[in-house]
Design a protein. Structure first.
Lengths: 576, 440
């Protein structure tokens, strides 16, 4: 059949625009339908309250006026903005060396460094917070030791600066993953040309490599910015309440109160997130990042001289030690008997793992299933949206991107309540409610994590040269075949990056899950962790479950990285 | 799902076959609870052993998520029971007609524990365990920071405790709310708020969930926490170096269970309620990992020696009479006042309190009437509230929070109260600074 298409090329080409258009419209209808059903409608049903007069229920904007008149909210908005910007700066400082050294140089252990660099993203709910306090808190290991030795106390986790510190440690992998994918795609010849012209060192990075990797960096940085702006877990962990997302959460989750303000803040968060995405897209608009030669082809990576190597390993080692310290704490906590006001636990035991493995296999297998399915849905949708936005001229196509990305700003509990409100009455053929079927948890995870995969896919697509697709089509390939055989393979790195971020973060999601779990046998690991962490005796078991989540994600990431690398190497081999 | 359907069928069949068979309910009983695994597992085991044919399906949700879940799923309710601590959550469910009244068969349960009624007066929810509020502290932390043993609420306002105390926001923790309300009713509105704010000046933070407080004390991030007793007892049971005291003004509060309206397995739900209150169910509460106070006085005969007994212990008998209706009517107002004048202004409040402690230190060494007068003025400014007790009981204010026929919106009050506190704290700061200069 393939040959036949090739021969019938002229005919196919004349018929193609129409069928391609059909395909585009079908894809748009499918994506809009999915997002409409599982994001827009449920969320709208919940946040409608923001536009209603509290006493009469009539449409009004007075709640937004109240928002603007409130000192606390304005201060919170300013704080959230400041923290987000500073977190992007710090996260970039953590991510740049890791990404640059491991991709552009011959670097032993690159796959391990990149895997370890993803781990900070997995901060298991509650257990991660306790571990973080035990290491960096005001009476954490570091401060207790500093107090003993030098009689000083460093407020790592106090106030806005504490939030910036924790957020940049937590979310820098977004930049790392996307930047790494982008850097891998840069043609090695660009660097060689610059070097031949006498450029080297930091100037080479600043003028040639970094600008070419811009799509990946922007993708990661905008994710960090929006995620930090919308994140409520870290500020609450540090007891910082004068930021926007915690204000929304505290109001929405107060027992039994009818209060529009929380939903007003949610609307503000959503609008602002979409707006900042738009601003980020301006940064790469009108620039061409595509290179025809892929990923350095058969050319060799640069070598470091011994002094450079020592420096590079030193910097990377230090960064990894800092960003993985919370997980070290989590590991200790999962093995600790009692750990209270001391630099290290009083004693060690394996009992917590025995308890968790005895009771919680179901949680682990459920998590693997749910997070992989969610990650798959996300990369399929992400690739499709990226293609529609970047390769077609359909009016309003950018709104697909904005709509999907708005999910970042929707608090999980709002999505969960929305699903119950919209679909509890809808039954499956078996008579079971849609919302008590386990797949609804997968959908919730997919919707919440879609923005991560989407940014990665967008960045990857920006680096694919259109001329390669045109070449394929000139040779008679249909649009569908071009996408399948040319575009998607060239995007592999970005797609894997998207899958890893979605999968990893879905594995520890709790807020929407907590609303939707209706059967312990369907519950994922994060829910089990929550159940353990509500009692003093369950703390070690919760940490053990958290460590298992970290290991699962770490292993999956390592496998994905190795597979992507092998795939790339195979392709490079076949082209040279 | 199949289980439930068949269980419904079986129950229906049994109902037709006659009363003799419907005595022993069967099937799955689904309970929504905020209690941890350490609490639910032993009770589930004992319940299933005592009621062969019934299995307990435990769904863990925090109290708020549980309330929302019951509300959103009422069209086709699949939950049988709601089981949690905070009485206010049950009040919300009852108001929304999401609970079902039931008349207890069990005998031997007194009407009140301390000053608090054990069961809802209309029969919608039932206390099965009592808990008292008090002060928990970490011994290692106290030793390292040279903290004295905290015995009374007023102790926590002393300079030694500055930046060492943690509490949960009363708006987020039904039990903390009751503690705040206890102090307000015990000492009176104005004096009560002054006490609370004097303590609050020493807070390290205001946690957003009840368990955040014992968590911070257990790991030694703060020294002292204002918590419900079983958090401290179960932490001791798990081996943490913590201790607990009941202050002389406190209250005991029942933890509750209720049958959800249109429960799919109503007979099973009733069996669970009866089991919790039966001697067998009450005895499980003595488990060191649970450590809650049974509501059946007879059970205390089997309790370990140091176990507090609210029915005989003097500390609990001396407790003031708690007006449940008064507390219920102004819940949202008290919680919002706390958040707007304390939680969201904590940095300012702490800074002034620190200076006040400094001033007290100076005055203790060398008396200075002018500085003392300025200090007292500052304390009065800090303690002042934007709303009097009479205003808090007014209908118009309450309606702003329920959203029914409100003339003024809640958001407007919040902004007004926050501005009031901010301005007063700024004035107080100026006074204290003047006093500090005068005292030199």
């Amino acid at each position: 059949m393939a040959e036949a298409t090739g021969i019938a090329a002229p005919v196919a080409r004349s018929a193609q625009p129409g069928s391609a258009m059909m395909g585009h419209w079908l894809a748009i209808a499918g994506i809009t339908g999915f997002l409409g059903l599982f994001l827009v409608i449920p969320v709208a049903m919940v946040i409608l309250v923001a536009f209603q007069d509290p006493s009469s229920g009539a449409f009004t904007l007075v709640n937004f006026a109240d928002f603007l008149r409130n000192d606390l909210f304005l201060r919170a908005f300013g704080n959230s903005f400041y923290v987000s910007i500073m977190s992007v700066v710090w996260a970039s400082l953590f991510a740049l060396p890791l990404a640059y050294f491991t991709t552009r140089f011959e670097f032993r252990g690159a796959a391990i460094v990149q895997t370890l660099g993803v781990i900070p993203l997995i901060m298991p709910p509650f257990a991660g917070a306790v571990a973080m306090q035990l290491i960096f808190g005001r009476n954490g290991s570091i401060n207790l030791l500093l107090g003993d030795w030098f009689d000083i106390n460093v407020p790592f986790m106090e106030g806005l600066n504490g939030v910036i510190f924790v957020q940049s440690v937590h979310y820098f992998p977004f930049i790392l993953i996307n930047l790494t994918a982008s850097l891998r795609n840069i043609d090695r010849a660009m660097e060689e040309a610059a070097q031949n012209l006498g450029c080297s060192g930091f100037r080479l990075f600043r003028r040639i490599v970094f600008p070419l990797a811009m799509p990946g960096f922007i993708a990661g940085a905008s994710l960090v910015f929006i995620k930090v702006f919308d994140d409520l877990a870290t500020p609450l962990l540090l007891n910082v309440k004068d930021m926007l997302a915690p204000q929304a959460y505290l109001r929405i989750t107060s027992v039994g109160l009818k209060d529009p303000t929380g939903y007003v803040i949610s609307v503000v968060l959503i609008v602002f997130s979409v707006l900042s995405l738009f601003v980020a897209s301006l940064a790469t608009r009108g620039q061409d990042y595509a290179t025809v030669q892929r990923g350095g082809g058969g050319l060799s990576k640069r070598r470091m001289n011994p002094a450079q190597a020592v420096l590079a390993y030193g910097v990377i080692g230090l960064i990894l030690l800092l960003v993985l310290a919370p997980h070290l704490g989590l590991g200790l906590l999962s093995l600790a008997t009692i750990w209270s006001y001391s630099p290290l636990p009083d004693g060690y035991t394996l009992d917590h793992y025995a308890r968790v493995l005895g009771e919680s296999w179901q949680f682990i297998s459920n998590t693997l299933l749910y997070a992989s399915l969610a990650g798959l849905i996300d990369v399929v949708l992400g690739t499709a949206i990226a293609y529609l936005v970047l390769r077609t001229k359909i009016a309003g196509r950018h709104w697909l991107d904005y709509m999907a990305s708005a999910a970042l700003a929707v608090p999980g509990v709002v999505l969960g309540i929305g699903y119950l409100r919209a679909y509890y009455g809808v039954s499956l053929p078996s008579g079971q409610s849609v919302t008590s079927f386990w797949f609804i948890i997968v959908i919730a995870l997919a919707v919440r994590r879609l923005p991560y995969a989407l940014r990665a896919c967008m960045a990857a697509m920006q680096q694919v040269s259109v001329s390669l697709e045109e070449a394929a089509e000139n040779l008679g390939a249909t649009k569908a075949r071009t996408i399948r055989r040319i575009v998607v393979p060239l995007m592999t790195g970005g797609i894997v990056a998207g899958f890893v971020t979605s999968f990893a973060t879905a594995a520890v999601e709790l807020s929407a899950t907590m609303m939707l779990v209706q059967n312990t046998s369907d519950a994922p690991l994060a829910y089990g962790l929550y159940v353990f962490m509500q009692s003093p005796a369950g703390r070690g078991a919760g940490a053990a479950l958290g460590m298992i989540a970290v290991l699962i994600v770490g292993l999956s990431t390592y496998l994905s990285t190795v597979l992507a690398e092998r795939d790339r190497a195979a392709k490079a081999g076949s082209t040279s | 799902m199949l289980n439930r359907r068949s269980s419904i069928a079986v129950t229906a069949l049994l109902a037709i076959m006659g009363p003799a068979f419907s005595q022993a309910p069967t099937g799955k009983v689904t309970v929504i609870t905020s209690f941890s695994k350490d609490v639910t597992d032993p009770i589930k085991k004992a319940f299933e052993a005592a009621n062969p044919g019934l299995t307990l399906e435990v769904q863990n949700r925090n109290t708020n998520a549980g309330v929302k879940f019951v509300e959103e799923t009422k069209s086709n309710n699949q939950s049988d029971l709601f089981w949690a601590s905070a009485p206010d959550a049950f009040e919300v469910l009852k108001d929304k007609k999401l609970l079902q009244a039931y008349k207890l068969k069990a005998q031997g349960i007194p009407e009140k524990v301390g000053a608090y009624p054990i069961n809802d007066k209309d029969g919608y929810y039932f206390g099965f365990a009592a808990s008292g509020y008090g002060i928990m502290w970490n011994e290692r932390y106290a030793k390292a920071n040279k903290l004295p043993e905290p015995k009374e609420w007023q102790d926590l306002a002393k300079p030694a405790f500055h930046d060492h105390v943690s509490i949960a926001s009363p708006g987020r923790s039904g039990t903390t709310h009751l503690t705040i309300e206890t102090i307000l009713q015990g000492e009176g509105w104005d004096k009560g708020w002054a006490t609370i704010k004097a303590m609050a000046g020493n807070f390290n933070h205001v946690a957003e969930r009840s368990f955040g407080v014992p968590d911070a004390v257990n790991s030694g991030q703060v020294g002292v926490g204002i918590v419900i007793d079983f958090f401290a007892f179960s932490a001791q049971g798990a081996g943490f170096p913590v201790k607990f005291n009941y202050p002389s003004v406190t209250t005991v509060v029942p933890a509750n269970v209720a049958i959800v309206a249109n429960a799919p397995n109503k007979a099973g739900a009733e069996a669970f309620v009866e089991f919790l209150i039966s001697p067998k169910g009450q005895e499980v509460l003595l488990d060191p990992k649970i450590r809650r106070l049974p509501v059946n006085p007879a059970i205390y005969a089997k309790a370990p020696k140091d176990f507090p007994n609210p029915f005989t212990d003097k500390r609990f008998q001396g407790m003031m009479v708690f007006n449940v209706d008064k507390s219920g009517d102004r819940t949202a107002i008290v919680d919002t006042l706390f958040d707007q004048t304390i939680s969201f202004q904590l940095a300012d409040l702490k800074a002034i309190t620190k200076q006040l402690h400094e001033l007290d230190g100076k005055l203790a060494k060398k008396a200075n009437p002018k500085a003392k007068a300025l200090g007292d003025e500052a304390r009065a400014l800090i303690g002042a509230m934007p709303v009097s007790e009479a205003q808090a009981a007014e209908k118009d204010l309450a309606s702003a929070f329920t959203g029914k026929d409100a003339k003024t919106r809640r958001a407007e009050y919040e902004q007004k109260w926050a501005a009031f506190a901010k301005e007063n704290y700024a004035k107080a700061k100026a006074k204290v600074e003047e006093a500090l200069k005068a005292a030199n």
